[in-house]
Design a protein around this ligand. Structure first.
Ligand SMILES: C[S@@+](CC[C@H](N)C(=O)[O-])C[C@H]1O[C@@H](n2cnc3c(N)ncnc32)[C@H](O)[C@@H]1O
Length: 267
């Protein structure tokens, strides 16, 4: 339905208006679905308001926010552990595209320097107030970030490179390289083969030929812009300049089925 509505509006330049209208409709529906779900997180940190939960997860359900955040952070730790990367030793760490703190809040007892950044100032404002153990910043849709060269030992981006066109992806990957120290790691999640059945015929042909499929690049930065990465596109383009440590099909848990890639900046 979302794809159909967007396809009808795009040629008339109405996509941003439509994103707003349809977004509000979906928000209303998500709020109704979440009625009665008011679980406390149990970590002593506050719950983001429904509007922000929806912006990031397309749901207003705190249960989903907590459970998927736990699954995402566990799958990240498991991946790092398998490759002998200790998250505490890797610090400072950065959550790029941190949203409303679904994953970063899991590091509140780690006792290391943690940063989050996002293009959406409302999300960053909430994180800054609600998650005071970490430092937050707003970034532009395009690089740069305000951090110095080689600051981080670990950067992760869950469900962020799933929402930007390839030129923007290339620019951000260079920026990720710049802010990582030599030997530092980057973890990126992407939509992969699991979505083949959702692609239309030209998209499927392009995907199977190894190209990244981009939908609605005009609204990059919002969840309406969606990308699908074949493994070949990750290995040949996204990972350029990095060593590929691991690529795990459907390995990013806590997101609607995503692949995960672990990269290392060469020493
Ligand atoms: C689907 S949400 C995922 C949020 C969070 N990573 C999580 O897993 O809960 C995508 C996030 O990427 C952010 N984003 C999109 N483009 C960005 C960019 N160019 N720079 C920083 N953040 C971006 C959005 O604002 C949004 O918070």
């Amino acid at each position: 339905m979302r794809a159909l509505v967007a396809r009808l509006a795009e040629p008339f330049g109405l996509l941003p208006l439509l994103v707003w209208l349809y977004g509000n409709l979906l928000y209303g529906r998500a709020r109704l679905r979440a009625v009665g779900s008011d679980r406390e997180p149990g970590d002593g940190l506050p719950v983001p308001p429904p509007r922000l939960l929806f912006l990031v997860t397309n749901e207003c359900d705190p249960d989903w926010y907590f459970e998927s955040g736990a699954a995402a952070s566990s799958s990240l730790l498991e991946l790092l552990r398998r490759h002998d990367v200790d998250i505490a030793v890797a610090a400072p760490i950065l959550d790029f595209g941190c949203g409303c703190g679904r994953v970063i809040r899991r590091w509140h007892e780690l006792g290391v320097e943690v940063h989050g950044t996002d293009v959406n100032p409302k999300l960053v404002e909430w994180c800054s107030k609600g998650l005071p153990f970490a430092r937050f910043a707003v970034n532009g849709l395009e690089p740069p970030l305000a951090y110095e060269d080689g600051k981080f030992g670990l950067v992760y981006a869950f469900s962020v490179f799933t929402h930007m066109p390839v030129e923007l992806e290339a620019a951000w990957m260079k920026e990720m390289w710049r802010i990582l120290r030599p030997g530092g790691h980057l973890v990126v999640s992407t939509h992969g083969e699991a979505y083949l059945h959702r692609l239309n015929e030209p998209e499927r042909v392009s995907f199977l030929a190894g190209h990244t499929v981009v939908r609605r690049g005009a609204v990059a930065g919002s969840n309406w812009c969606t990308t699908f990465h074949p493994e070949q596109a990750i290995r040949q383009r996204l990972a350029r300049g990095f060593e590929i440590v691991d690529f795990v099909r459907e390995g990013a848990k806590g997101n609607p089925v995503q692949d995960v890639t672990l990269l290392r900046k060469p020493v």
